[in-house]
Design a protein around this ligand. Structure first.
Ligand code: CA
Length: 196
């Protein structure tokens, strides 16, 4: 299981929201459930549980009121033939195939007078409606999950080129973060890469 969460609502609260989300996802997505249940539904359920837990946590502490986080979670099937993703917010999932980047997720954002804001996030409303997708994998594919700290600074070609330099997954992550920071990235940059 791979997951990325990008906290909102102040540094401390955002950090607690993202951590709570990842804990919830980790607890729901047990090996046993992943092996026996429909992955699309299960990943969406994990994000709904994350939403519930963040709200529960915020209910008990005024300083955490309104905290939230994005969430994107991916699961590769046992035989590496399928990746299932679910997300809420604007953290993204991509497929890198033959040095080309394909975005799997669609950002949950709206553009208004005050600029760009999230149309949904984990923790900010009583209910969330996670979007889930399934993609068939081929040998050599890579799956990327990332926060907007990466995608605000690098375009698809930059990301694809940085990820396709022949290095391992860990090196690809490091290179992506370095490239985003070198462009003057001010936001936190979180990246997860899985190879097939
Ligand atoms: Ca961010």
């Amino acid at each position: 299981m791979l997951a990325v969460a990008d906290g909102l609502g102040g540094h401390t609260a955002g950090h607690i929201a993202s951590r709570t989300a990842l804990e919830a996802v980790d607890e729901v997505l047990t090996a046993e459930r992943l092996a026996s249940e429909d992955a699309l539904e299960l990943l969406a359920e994990a994000l709904r549980e994350a939403n519930r837990r963040i709200r529960e946590r915020a209910d008990g502490d005024r300083s955490l009121h309104g905290m939230g986080t994005t969430g994107v979670v991916a699961h590769l099937s046992e035989d590496d033939t399928t990746v299932t993703l679910a997300h809420v917010g604007d953290s993204r999932g991509y497929l890198l195939r033959d040095a080309e980047l394909h975005r799997i997720t669609e950002d949950h954002v709206v553009r208004g007078l005050l600029g760009r804001s999230l149309s949904q996030a984990l923790g900010t409303e009583p209910e969330v409606d996670p979007e889930a997708a399934e993609v068939t994998l081929r040998p050599g594919d890579r799956v990327l999950l990332c926060t907007d700290g990466l995608t605000d600074m690098l375009d698809d070609e930059d990301i694809a080129a940085t990820m396709s330099d022949g290095n391992g997954e860990r090196a690809a992550c490091d290179a992506l973060v370095e490239a985003a920071l070198a462009r003057g990235g001010m936001d936190n940059v979180t990246v997860v890469v899985a190879g097939v």
